[in-house]
Design a protein around this ligand. Structure first.
Ligand SMILES: NC(=O)c1ccc[n+]([C@@H]2O[C@H](COP(=O)([O-])OP(=O)(O)OC[C@H]3O[C@@H](n4cnc5c(N)ncnc54)[C@H](OP(=O)(O)O)[C@@H]3O)[C@@H](O)[C@H]2O)c1
Length: 326
């Protein structure tokens, strides 16, 4: 049990990160109020889930916020508009900017004290992709008023249902030979989704994380090429990657869209972001919230086991060779 007794507000409960966090919060005996765009979608995802309040609203439109924030001190901000069918022609950058502004303004009025936001890693000096700079801009907007904001920055998150992991999974499962652009050589530092949960939860009871930007990563730094081949190795699939300088991010995004079921609006900005190294430069989080970091191979195996339980999974548990962990 966490010892946190107030109700927390959770946004993004119908998403990859928010849905998992919801279950972890409830498991810790924490009272949760979810702000979702569709209560019907939420009910379909969590049928008969007890101990949770569900309210409808939309930060991008500014609806439902003040009601959902009543009596709340801490809110989790786990939403983004990439790939959203409701963008209605407006780009995700503008939509995410508006949502963050509305959320901060409503939060200040309602007396919210803290916001915990999961953002994207990326080097500050170099030119960031539109997606990564939008994620970091949202952090700035949330923190620009009186609410003490914790911005956790992560790179690739390994977990079934996560966009980055699913792209890798479908590419490796379906393509014996990958023709890839030079980004396959960019370095990344993937983190297991359950470690992300540890940190998101840990922020709630660690006041020293308030008002800070903290980077979160797993224990290994490797290139995307190594990550893809590591997945293939765990699945005992013989795979080869040929990197060619002529393949533009736009072209490779089209190609990834053909192979994977990840929505187009998500693939494009993610592929564009692969040029940016996503490696932790600052490990202060490890002292603030000490957690046992899960090795990447173990994280991939856990994700594959979850895939097997879900609908439409490709690998079976037997095909995830745990002995390849050694
Ligand atoms: N997945 C990763 O590998 C990864 C890596 C680093 C950082 N992150 C960060 O983690 C956070 C959560 O990402 P995710 O992977 O969980 O995304 P996701 O699975 O695509 O879920 C996005 C969530 O945002 C909600 N949403 C979008 N627009 C909204 C709006 N206007 N009002 C209310 N809800 C809205 C969606 O609700 P609907 O169901 O109504 O569409 C959904 O619940 C993001 O900030 C992301 O940048 C993720």
């Amino acid at each position: 049990m966490s010892g946190y007794e107030k109700t927390v507000l959770l946004t993004g409960a119908t998403g990859f990160i928010g849905g998992r966090l919801l279950l972890r919060l409830l498991d810790q005996g924490i009272k949760v109020r979810c702000l979702v765009r569709s209560a019907k979608k939420f009910e379909a995802m969590f049928p008969g889930l007890d101990g949770v309040e569900v309210m409808e609203g939309d930060p991008a439109r500014g609806s439902g916020l003040s009601e959902a924030m009543q009596g709340v001190e801490v809110a989790y901000y786990l939403i983004h508009s990439m790939g959203s069918a409701r963008q209605k022609g407006r780009g995700f950058i503008e939509q995410d900017r508006k949502a963050a502004e509305n959320f901060r303004i409503a939060g200040e009025k309602a007396g919210i004290e803290r916001v915990i936001y999961l953002s994207g890693l990326g080097e500050h000096q170099k030119e960031l992709s539109k997606h990564l700079s939008s994620r970091q801009e949202v952090g700035k907007i949330l923190a620009s008023g009186s609410i003490r904001t914790t911005e956790l920055r992560a790179g690739v998150i390994i977990g079934s249902g996560g966009a980055g992991f699913e792209i890798i999974r479908y590419l490796v499962e379906r393509l014996p030979l990958m023709i890839a652009p030079m980004w396959v050589n960019t370095r990344c530092q993937p983190i297991a989704v359950s470690n992300v949960m540890d940190y998101l939860l840990g922020c709630l009871t660690t006041p020293e994380t308030a008002g800070r930007i903290l980077e979160i990563c797993g224990p290994e730094v490797l290139s995307y090429r190594e990550l893809i081949l590591c997945y293939a190795n765990i699945r005992r699939l013989k795979r080869a990657i040929l990197s060619v300088p002529v393949l533009t991010p736009k072209l490779s995004a089209y190609w990834v869209q053909l192979i994977t079921p990840v929505p187009n609006g998500v693939v494009r900005p993610l592929i564009e972001g692969l040029k940016n190294e996503v490696v932790c430069r600052d490990n202060s989080i490890r002292e603030l919230i000490p957690v046992e970091l899960i090795p990447m191979k173990e994280a991939i195996c856990t994700a594959l086991t979850e895939v097997e339980k879900g609908p439409g999974g490709i690998p079976s548990r037997q095909s995830c060779f745990l002995h390849s962990l050694t």
